[in-house]
Design a protein around this ligand. Sequence first.
Ligand code: PBG
Length: 332
Amino acid sequence: MSSRSIPIRPRRNRKNPAVRGLIRETHLSPADLIYPLFIQEGEDDTPIESMPGCSRWSLKGLVAEVGEAKKAGVRSVVLFPAIDDSLKTPLAEEAYNPNGLVPRAIQAIKAAHPEVIVITDVALDPYNSEGHDGVVVPDASGELQIVNDHTIDILCQQAVSHAVAGADIVAPSDMMDGRVAAIRDALDREGFDGVSILSYTAKYASAYYGPFRGALDSAPKAGDKKTYQMDPANAREALREASLDVAEGADMLMVKPAGPYLDIIRSIRDATDLPIAAYQVSGEYLMIKSAAKDGWIDEEKVAMESLIGIKRAGADMILTYFAKDVAARLIS
Ligand code: PBG
């Protein structure tokens, strides 16, 4: 037997683009991407200062933007409404107005692009005068409480109103306990057993949502969201939320934000069989945009790398404000 030790040369597998293509473990495709879109009443499309490259779209602008995204290969969108202050109330009645902005937006997209998957956000923050995801009631000592079960009744009506308008998937982002089972039940009772639930399973109380709240003027008036969104320090708790959502009938689970929570994506991926979505949130987007604008990083490359990292961690699909631009580059 030869005593010669065989040199190990991993670089052979990186020697040219074709070989690198053969051994590539993670692939990103336009079909993986979900494009979050902001909407508003009226005829104007308004660029969002805190999120360069994003706008609050009129319904007409929305339909055109969905068409552009579709050309680039994006097949799914998720809607976030900016609601006029005059419609915000303590019990968020506007959240389930059948003629509200979101139902009309769903119908407009479906009329023009029937094959595009329309996902809606189920939570009260755009509609609630307090800017919280649930109903706010002060307790005896004046401390603000977010009332879980009353909120769920409203979320169920909201989810059904989206289903009636033609939503394919509803995505509860509120983090109330038990809402997935309640929404599933409400949808089924109304005959919408085909509408899916993408649950925000592990949504963290994150400072990365800042630019989004600027875009919608939806920051809480008082307090923070720490009594319902998760503590960034916790990982085991995400697995507990995941098993509850699985038991309650969620079709897909979401981790949010994405980049700073790759370990959570991986551990939920390993613990369940459900598809996993990850939300690259407004702050993650803005950091890349800002650094690129100053010329310090290459936006296209860093955006792509950030998304590949999220997929490699175990996400099947990614909500990202880069969706249209990245998809266009993937197919060109
Ligand atoms: C609210 C909601 C938020 C985001 C999506 N849905 C903000 C929040 O919880 O305060 C944030 C998305 C982003 O930052 O891109 N239900």
